[in-house]
Design a protein around this ligand. Structure first.
Ligand SMILES: *Cc1c(COP(=O)(O)O)cnc(C)c1O
Length: 491
């Protein structure tokens, strides 16, 4: 049964004259009536058509709306690559402390030493985790980090007088990689993957030359596999004078275990909203801090957050004196709220705890893989890192479904599970990319595997109509893309 009330607009609840609060008329004499403060041509002749509802109507309306979506706080959310891990409430409380939440980014540096000290510590932590010494916290999302780092690479080559125009990208990469390369003024060239999902070394060698500026590589890759030849790959790129960029979206699998700087990366971004538990996917903005090797340091965005003096006397300030910098890429200091949560997350786990996060994430993914493998093919591997990619392709033949991964994902909603990522990466047909994250219990993983198994057994009509019991039925995404947006107008 769909819950109609929960999906009504607040305007539909409106009744003329209904009020939340009734205020007495103002009995304070005013020298300046409102009409004299606002120019006549900007004064409304009638009140705006706002909904007229009681306080209880409003509270119920928005509380109900807040339950229509699935979230990490309400449901298992195995959205591969997006790392929808639980957001500890402690982080929210700490980030909301008045000394952090109520400062203004235009305050002089001397008055915000505390937050600058935290951000500086975040820089040091990310440098340690990445094995790359220089950090910029400015980029506002992973994709923005990619773009920023590629602009840094472009500045580096320009200064060296090298004309390099190509960015090589494995075909399993996230779509942001070629988009960032293009936006930074490079030409994106795709590298094939082998049947096992790794970089095809012959194809790499064929495309790698003195035109290559950067190889952008995701490791563990988007198929959930660790690129076993990563050091060799990096060596080949370096030999041609190119740089290696690591898309760090999958750092959740290797925290404290492998460092990109050690396996050959020269630049990388973190997705703190994935790896370090910043709320995202409707829950908040992300961030995309980047770390680079020493020769690229001078080109990082301006200003840089620096420390003067030793531990006891340390003062923090923003340094604008950076003649080689690519300039500013984000206002103020970046998305500070997300970076604060990063700090609290890392500090609350500690170094050993972070390693444990990755070990548990990998263990959970392999546990689920060992179950799912019995009823869906997983083309790349018997083992995975923190996620794996199953294929729903057999259901095309078996049930005549056109988009089986989509249908399974929609039906899982009825069972109380958020859908996995579907149809990405593009290298697996009808991909279902499943990432359980480290905080899920064995019972939750068992229940999800059981639901997926039951869903696969259902008749084709059930699947292609799904979801059946959620508040909103399946939107016609093809139609919706064509239709203009219909605006509601009050009658
Ligand atoms: C999420 C993701 C990105 C992009 O990060 P955003 O923060 O969403 O911009 C890039 N690459 C991979 C592999 C990702 O999973």
């Amino acid at each position: 049964m769909r819950n109609q009330q929960a999906t009504q607009l607040v305007f539909e609840l409106s009744r003329v004259g209904r009020r939340g609060t009734r205020l007495p008329d103002c009995d304070v004499p005013s020298d300046e009536p409102i009409e004299s403060l606002i120019p006549a041509d900007q004064l409304a002749t009638e009140p705006p058509p706002l909904p007229e509802v009681t306080e209880a109507d409003v509270v119920r309306h928005f509380t109900n709306l807040s339950t229509l979506n699935m979230s990490v706080d309400t449901h298992f959310y195995p959205l591969g690559s997006c790392t929808m891990k639980y957001n500890p409430k402690r982080n929210e409380r700490l980030a909301g402390l008045a000394g952090l939440a109520q400062i203004h980014p235009l305050q002089p540096d001397e008055t915000i030493q505390g937050v600058l000290e935290i951000l500086y510590a975040v820089q040091e932590m990310l440098a340690e985790i990445s094995g790359l010494p220089a950090v910029s916290l400015q980029p506002a999302a992973g994709a923005h980090g990619e773009l920023t780092a590629l602009l840094v690479a472009a500045a580096y080559f320009r200064e060296r007088g090298e004309k390099r125009s190509v960015v090589l990208i494995p075909d399993s990469a996230h779509g942001t990689n070629p988009a960032s390369a293009q936006m930074a003024g490079f030409r994106a060239v795709s590298i094939k993957s082998t049947a096992k999902g790794f970089v095809d070394m012959a194809d790499l060698d064929a495309k790698l030359d003195e035109q290559t500026a950067v190889l952008m590589i995701t490791n563990p890759n988007t198929l959930g596999c660790y690129e076993q030849q990563i050091e060799d790959i990096a060596r080949r790129v370096h030999k041609k004078g190119g740089l290696v960029y690591l898309d760090g979206a999958n750092m959740n699998a290797i925290l404290g275990i492998a460092r990109p700087g050690d396996f050959g990366a020269d630049m990388m971004h973190f997705n703190p909203h994935k790896t370090f538990s910043g709320p995202h996917g409707g829950g908040g903005p992300g961030a995309g801090p980047i770390c680079v090797a020493a020769p690229l340091c001078d080109y990082l965005p301006c200003p840089a957050l620096v420390r003067d003096g030793d531990d006891e006397q340390a003062r923090y300030r923003l340094n604008y004196d950076r003649p080689h910098s690519i300039g500013r890429v984000r206002s103020f200091f970046g998305n500070v709220g997300v970076l604060l949560r990063t700090y609290f997350y890392i500090r609350s786990y500690g170094a050993d705890g972070l390693r444990r996060v990755s070990e548990d994430a990998v263990l959970n993914a392999n546990y689920l893989l060992s179950k799912v493998r019995h009823f869906l093919p997983v083309p790349q591997g018997d083992r995975c890192m923190h996620e794996f990619v199953a294929s729903a392709e057999p259901l095309k033949k078996q049930k005549g479904l056109k988009q089986p991964a989509m249908d399974l994902g929609k039906r899982l909603l009825d069972f109380g599970f958020h859908a996995p990522t579907v149809y990405f990466p593009l290298t697996v047909h009808d991909a279902m990319m499943i990432e359980p994250t480290e905080t899920e219990s064995r019972e939750t993983l068992d229940a999800f595997a059981e639901a997926l198994f039951r869903v696969i057994e259902e008749p084709a009509e059930t699947l292609s109509d799904a979801p059946l019991t959620t508040h909103i039925s399946r939107p016609d995404e093809v139609q919706a893309a064509r239709k203009p947006v219909v605006r509601w107008t009050p009658d």
